[in-house]
Write a protein that binds this ligand. Sequence first.
Ligand SMILES: [Zn+2]
Length: 110
Amino acid sequence: MPVLDAPAYPVVDGIAVADVDGENQTCACGNDSYAADWYAADSEGAITFDSSGSTNPDEHTLCPACGRLYRNTDLFTGTAAAVARYDTHSPAYLAALEQYERDAYGKDRS
Ligand SMILES: [Zn+2]
C-alpha cells in the first residue's frame, strides 16, 4: 500500500452529514459542499481530480477547509465519520490542492 503523504494521517475525529439526496455534505468543521467544492481522493486517500465525481464507495471525499477525509461509502449513508485528517498547513497538502486545481481548471487560480 502506498504511503500517504499526510503527516496527520490517520487522525480521526469529526462527523460529516449528508442531506437525504446526497447533494450537500456538511463537514464537522462547518464547511459544506455548497460553500466550497469538496475535493476527491482515491481509495488510498490521495487527493486527485481523477476521482472527481466518483461513486466508487472505496474512494474518498476531502473537505478542503479542514483536511478531513471521508469515505464515499460512509457519505452515501448520510453520516460519515472522518477517517483521516490532513495537516492543511503542510506543503504536501497545499501542493496536492494546487495540482488538483490545475487538473480541474487547467490553470492556476492563485
Ligand atoms: Zn471540514
